[in-house]
Design a protein around this ligand. Structure first.
Ligand code: ATP
Ligand code: MG
Length: 329
């Protein structure tokens, strides 16, 4: 494949996966391109997509729809609310979600987005990058870096309250993470654009073992998992420190950690049977089925659990719940 094709591929790939979509991407850049006449028109229409933020609504939404994640619930509630209610933040909000698969890390970004934008995660101001799918060609790192910078700069210059979600960031090339770093600094302006109102969320499975082991220890000691706090066994510090030392983690080699730009490392705990049961009931409601607690229990028990002897935590979290439900219907 020649370099021209590679360049084209880069443009096409995000079009399929980045939720802003192909034309929105160009529109976003276009909007940032100093065509002042157009800019005014675009900004008026974009404001329509912002909801009036209500912290009580966010709290209700998290309480009703996110199960078994008391730390994430409380932290997200507090930090997102404070940030949204701050009329003059001194840096963008930067969160990093960690934990095993299927426990709600990606899912909670839907809840955050729908409390900020009328179109929720479908808003063209929410940009999701899946690193295990995008940015695959190492030889194109420089091109990716430039385009990623332009994308972020262009969209924020047009719409300061933009949200950028980087999923599977542990698999992301550190040099690409470095390209994002300047946008996350305190009171940083690039070409007259401030990024202080933007939200950046990094999601990864890194540090899942530390999180699982701590939750297992609490269980073995007969303690309530709700007693686990960010400070338990220095959980938050442990997460940031372990990432720092993990040679295989994209984060580790990036300058993001050195510069201390992540505001919160948020642990997502492994889910237990009762949480999976809640997920099944929630799926039933979503599918407009009658709430059948016996069926929910059966479906939840059908899922694999670990460790092999104690069988406490769902191996896949709440993933595949709908498929299991179909199989049992
Ligand atoms: N804590 C939870 N509360 C409610 N629903 C959940 C929770 N965790 C997972 N789910 C359900 O399971 C689905 C899969 O979860 P999600 O995509 O958030 O997993 P994840 O933590 O991002 O996993 P991965 O690390 O593999 O990407 C969600 O769409 C949601 O329906
Ligand atoms: Mg996910």
């Amino acid at each position: 494949m020649n370099s021209g094709n590679l360049f084209l591929l880069f443009f096409l790939l995000p079009c399929v996966t980045v939720e802003a979509g192909f034309f929105d991407f160009f529109e976003s850049l276009f909007c940032s391109c100093h065509f002042d006449g157009f800019k005014d028109i675009t900004i008026i229409s974009e404001k329509d997509d912002l909801r009036h933020f209500d912290s009580k609504e966010l709290k209700k939404d998290l309480r009703k729809f996110l199960y078994g994640q008391h730390i994430a619930k409380k932290t997200i509630q507090n930090v997102v609310s404070s940030f949204m209610e701050d009329s003059n933040p001194n840096k963008p909000l930067v969160l990093s979600f960690h934990g095993p698969p299927g426990v709600g890390k990606s899912y909670v970004t839907n809840i955050i987005a729908r409390n900020i934008y009328k179109n929720g995660k479908k808003s063209k101001h929410v940009h999701t990058f899946k690193a295990d799918y995008l940015f695959q060609h190492k030889e194109m790192t420089r091109t990716y870096q430039t385009q990623l910078r332009e994308w972020i700069h262009g969209n924020v210059s047009c719409f300061p309250r933009s949200m950028f979600i980087f999923d599977k960031v542990d698999q992301m090339n550190p040099e690409l993470i470095d390209a994002i770093t300047p946008f996350l600094e305190y009171n940083h302006q690039l070409d007259g654009v401030s990024f202080n109102n933007a939200i950046f969320i990094f999601i990864s499975n890194s540090e899942k073992d530390a999180i699982i082991n701590l939750t297992l220890d609490f269980w073995k000691e007969g303690r309530d998992r709700e007693e686990i706090q960010m400070t338990s066994s220095g959980l938050e510090t442990q997460i940031s420190q372990n990432i720092y030392n993990d040679k295989n983690d994209g984060f580790q080699h990036s300058s993001l950690l050195d510069h201390h730009l992540i505001d919160y490392f948020i642990p997502f705990l492994p889910l237990e049977l009762k949480h999976v049961r809640q997920c099944v009931l929630s799926e039933m409601a979503h599918l407009k089925m009658n709430a059948d607690k016996d069926l929910a229990d059966k479906v939840a028990r059908d899922m694999p659990f670990f460790p092999p002897e104690e069988k406490i935590f769902a191996v896949k979290g709440c993933k595949s719940v709908r498929q299991k439900l179909y199989a049992n219907d």
